[in-house]
Design a binder for this molecule. Structure first.
Ligand SMILES: Cc1cc2nc3c(=O)[nH]c(=O)nc-3n(C[C@H](O)[C@H](O)[C@H](O)COP(=O)(O)O)c2cc1C
Length: 181
């Protein structure tokens, strides 16, 4: 029997992301759990307006979305604990600058380099809507057809209600082929 627990944010688990941008010419990293997909060509990140990162995103219109692997989790957790306005976080990850100008974490399994197209502002949040300029993938995470194979690394998942990180599970089926399996 289900119990109605009221109006709750319950759309979890979500992929955990490190957002990279340049703030006043210096790299800054932020940890984000709240993201989305819009249509088949846009993505969204929902960031508290007062974060240091937001200034860089608004100025440069460019950011990277770095999918967090278990190997990166400790550093990712750290960049989610302190603001770049108080602490220089630029050297937490080894990085290079991507073709569109955003900092890219060298060891991240998958990185999307994005261009901001719009900001759907809500009370305390900038909800940046972005096109994807480039996608950088560790070659060992590509299958023989050149597609990202998400079973070859462990993207970390996040859930807000208990504020925990979860491990990605096994493949349990192929979409639209379950009746034939
Ligand atoms: C697990 C986790 C998930 C987070 N998700 C978000 C998020 O989706 N949006 C957001 O604005 N802040 C989120 N934060 C908080 C920011 O990462 C944190 O406040 C960070 O220090 C802001 O950095 P900045 O001020 O250098 O931009 C999250 C923090 C943690 C630990």
């Amino acid at each position: 029997m289900q119990k109605n627990i009221g109006s709750k944010l319950a759309l979890y688990p979500m992929p955990l992301l490190v957002i990279g941008t340049m703030v006043d010419g210096k790299v800054n990293w932020l940890l984000a759990g709240h993201s989305g997909i819009i249509g088949h060509d846009k993505v969204m990140v929902s960031l508290v307006k007062t974060h240091y990162t937001n200034k860089g995103i608004k100025d440069t219109k460019t950011l990277s979305i770095n999918i967090v692997s278990e190997e990166m989790l400790k550093k990712a957790d750290y960049v989610g604990s302190v603001s770049g306005g108080k602490q220089d976080k630029s050297d937490v990850f080894e990085y290079r600058i991507g073709e569109a100008g955003a900092p890219i974490i060298n060891d991240a399994p998958v990185v999307m380099e994005c261009i901001v197209e719009d900001n759907y502002e809500t009370d305390n949040f900038d909800n940046f809507i972005m096109s994807i300029a480039n996608t950088y993938v560790q070659e060992e995470n590509l299958d023989e057809k050149g597609k990202i194979d998400y079973t070859k690394f462990s993207p970390v998942l996040f859930e807000f209600p208990n504020y925990t990180y979860l491990r990605t599970g096994d493949t349990i089926g192929n979409c639209l082929r379950l009746d034939k399996e």
